[in-house]
Design a protein around this ligand. Sequence first.
Ligand SMILES: [Zn+2]
Length: 773
Amino acid sequence: MHNNPTDQGFADAKLIAIQDYKEKHKAYLAFLSQKAKLSWLKDGDENTSLFHQSIKIRKVHNQVYSIYDMKGEWKDTADGVSQAFLDYYKVLLADEVKKAIFSIPGIKAPGPDGFGSYFYKDAWHIVGDEVIAAILDMLQQGKILKEVNHTVITLIPKTKCPKDVSEFRPVSCCNTIYKCITKVLCGRLRQVLPDLILENQGGFAHGRYIVHNIMVVQDLVRHYGRKGVKPSCLMKIDLQKAYDTIDWHFLQEMLELLDFPKQFVDMVMQCVSTPMFSLMLNGSMHGFFKSKRGLRQGDPISPLLFVICMEYLSRILNRVRSMPQFQFHPRCKGIGLTHLCFADDLIICSKGDYQSIYLLLQAFKLFSNSSGLKANQQKSSIYCHGMQESDIQRVVDVSGFSRSMLPFKYLGVPICSKKIFVAQCAHLVDKMITRIKVWSSRNLSYTARMQLVNSILLSLHMYWAQIYVLPKSVLQDIVKICRAFLWSGHAFSHKPSNIAWDKVCSDNQTGGLGFRDVQTWNIAFMGKYVWALVKKQDNVWIRWINSVYLKDGDWWEYQPVSTASWYWKQVCNTKEKLKQFFTLAEFENMPQYSVKQVYEKLVGNKPRVHWDKMVWNRLNVPKHRFICWLAVQSKLQTTEKLTKIGISQSASCLICGLDDETHQHLFFQCQYSRQIIIAVHQWIGFSIHGNLVQLLRKAGQSRASRFRKQVYFAVVGAAVYLIWKCRNTSFWESTIPTVSQSMKALKQMVKSRIQVVLPKHVSKRDSDWFTKL
Ligand SMILES: [Zn+2]
């Protein structure tokens, strides 16, 4: 066409081609949207990532058009804005003042080279060998290309309307190839770490558990605030920008002194010290600059290296405790405890005399000077008890930390000398209410709400429930909110529940929704520590308990003294509760503690129902299941029921008006449902009579193949749903779809659902039968 611009034939051909392309493209788009709908049909309302995606608030894409730079000058050109950020971050990195710069990127986010892990997985058959060769080569040579160790910093606004360069949270993003290398190193490091690191560090090493540290601290402060007890002092130190300030030479020296092979040390140092950074702003990349110290938060090896650095502090403190001038915090001498450390959360403690505290501070200073890790003085606190005011003042002056009172927060939970208060748990309840506010604007089905209660609402308090026996009233509030949300879609509701909560909280086989009973679950969680004591596990908490309370006595028969900490009493109480269900031998014979198994034993056996498989059948449309679950138990709120509790004036059927609207009438005797029954019989040849339970049982016992039975269940589920929906539209919209309309909807719903979730093993006969339906 380029050579013969006048040729009409070419021009026509081009037009046709364009037309053709447009049509094909339209068809392609239609196909895509169909695909999207199908995946909804397949997974919609079920507990999948698709469901959670669609329920989230859509993230607003942020563009930065204008900003104040470091000097406070207003920049409103594209170049000006990117320069302002570049200046800011170059200075930050160079001046070792990076602010929590890096955090782990999402699984799907590709690195700066644009290749996400999906790319490598997808194209493994093509690039796999070369990727392996490249990574092995880098590991053997101990050299990393700077392109591979290129890291992109993306900025996420901390406030709704950021005006200053410091109001963005930087998130780092490493290349997938780099992550592979560092994962290999991590694997090697992880194997030897438990042998190198003292048990005072809870984090990251296998079998060291965050809760152990919390439990020991909880116990340390039990006397604080009471009269006439030995002087004690506890310091909670906040490490300033912990990851970002680690000194590279210090890290290298630590690795060498711990006798890691030279090649390994070199490789680690390559990873840590060679990254180049770029800044992602308004969709394009800017700059290419280096850092001088610190570990990246997005890098999997960073936490392990950090633990190694903290080990230096542990070893210094161990020197201190052997000095004759040093005196332990009350009750700490038995296990020689001077500090507890979980990641960058640090607690050090001693007797409340100036000499001992001063030694601790000196040790910390030595550590600070070598490692580069400094205490954030504003955020570090001293808790003193039974000390002279003049001594306290001296400690405050020397350390620069502020004097504080209990309770304080440690590793996300409150530490207090008296029993945990209801008010301290208030934010657990607030968190739930905030979530529900986001959801309640959407018109969610029962099934969707059921998933949200189970996967989100009932798990928000889980972290706390693994650490404390929560106050009864708090647990009751949690239940109240979940119940209200399930039945009404709101956090507060006076709407009566269709089914009692304890019934809802039993599993599917016994007729419930599989929710957990929060109180029993709480005890099952805490039982883990009872079991750990039975098994005489070796960790800092158990050693503490043995040194302070048990004294290697008989745990199963142990009774706490009245002066024991409230926390320890809770553990003992839990043991007494569990003793009603378990023998000592049963606990001793548990190789692993299973919260679920213990929970099930505490709950006990409930009578089994025989319709659960039919109601929760995989082929049923998810939103049909819940209605069917209610219908089979005669728990839908029919007018007959509503009249009994005084909500409705008339009990008569909303569809025909000829009789009272009982479940039996609505689904079997009503003229409308009778016609549906006949139509269903004509369609799949399955006859319907009796009541719902009998009907489902009959479907289950029929001689048909497993697949056909499943189809029958799906059809019954859909029929129940549509009849109930018809009854509701009759009430709200005063119209009723015709029987043939309803049947058309029924067939369509059942068929498209089964097409997408078709079981793998369906015989030819069955699949022919289904195709012809
Ligand atoms: Zn009727």
